[in-house]
Design a protein around this ligand. Structure first.
Ligand SMILES: C[S@@+](CC[C@H](N)C(=O)[O-])C[C@H]1O[C@@H](n2cnc3c(N)ncnc32)[C@H](O)[C@@H]1O
Length: 287
């Protein structure tokens, strides 16, 4: 019997386990982070340096209550390390909770000599959205609702986590609800990370920060599976009205970037990518 036949005759639960194992084997995010020589090359990081950083990431996530997982942390840090060492702007995170992803970004900010600006109410989510009574994650068949005050981490807790596991000295923590705190934002941004759960919060972040994002830069979000949040990235009418541009779209809509075998919570939008840097391909005409 061929391997394929054996595989197809197995119960679904065993198939799922095999799929997961083989996916982890071929898509191991941690190994890619450590052994891919391109990761951190711009900042002269050796394999040994990256091994130490990987230990630190694992240690911090095992100690900080987080709404994200270690694979997301490796991917975010990899993206920070890909930033241009000659053109320095700031890294911005909106949606901090207890600071788990902030620790990761602070490690990246320290290495790349950038400032990390952290925006949060530091008292959890604002009032939920009346018109979205239940969240809708169709790819996962998941639903439920958000409540005011969920994901609360105080300023002191976050500072203490940054001090213990990351680099508080490169961070600026800005407290307040986004519709107030983001108004005064001035710094150019070359990596933006939104983990804000709500459609209204996502819109506030885009409205106040998109113009500050440098062309070609990435805005990652951790809400890739929530269809109502994802829709914002394709809502041409909203983008035209508020930012006078077409919506940028969103990579990972509904199921996230392919970093685990079934789904991930991470996706991204790119601001005005430079198509001159894109490759031509055989199935498309060169213009
Ligand atoms: C899911 S948690 C962030 C998780 C975090 N990135 C981690 O690594 O665990 C969402 C965060 O967004 C914040 N938030 C959402 N909407 C907000 C708003 N309109 N103004 C300020 N903070 C907001 C909440 O306070 C909460 O800390």
């Amino acid at each position: 019997m061929s391997l394929k036949k054996i595989y197809s005759s197995l119960p679904n639960s065993i198939k799922k386990k095999i799929d997961k194992l083989s996916f982890n084997f071929s898509h191991n995010i941690e190994e890619d982070f450590i052994f891919n020589s391109k990761v951190g090359k711009n900042y002269n990081l050796s394999t040994n340096d990256k091994k130490k950083i990987a230990q630190l990431l694992k240690y911090s996530i095992s100690n900080i209550d987080s709404a994200t997982d270690i694979n997301i942390h490796f991917l975010l840090l990899k993206s920070v390390l890909a930033l241009n060492p000659k053109k320095l702007s700031s890294i911005v995170e909106c949606g901090v909770f207890k600071g788990a992803t902030s620790v990761v970004l602070s490690i990246g900010a320290k290495i790349t000599e950038r400032k990390l600006i952290l925006y949060d109410s530091f008292e959890g989510l604002p009032n939920g959205e009346k018109n979205i009574s239940r969240r809708y994650y169709p790819h996962l068949g998941i639903t439920g609702s958000y409540k005011k005050g969920m994901y609360a981490g105080t300023l002191e807790e976050v500072k203490s986590n940054l001090l213990t596991y990351g680099h508080l000295d490169v961070c600026e923590l800005r407290k307040g609800f986004f519709n107030k705190s983001l108004i005064k934002h001035k710094e150019k941004i070359d990596l933006l990370f939104l983990d804000v759960d709500l459609v209204s919060s996502t819109k506030d972040c885009i409205f106040y920060l998109w113009d500050h994002l440098v062309d070609g830069s990435y805005c990652y979000t951790d809400d890739a599976c929530d269809i109502d949040v994802v829709k914002v990235w394709f809502d041409d009418a909203w983008w035209k009205k508020n930012l006078k541009i077409k919506s940028p779209g969103y990579i990972g809509s509904g199921c996230g970037l392919p970093i685990t075998s079934n789904f991930s919570s991470l996706g991204y939008a790119v601001k005005s990518p430079n198509l001159k840097k894109y490759k031509n391909i055989s199935w498309l005409e060169k213009k």
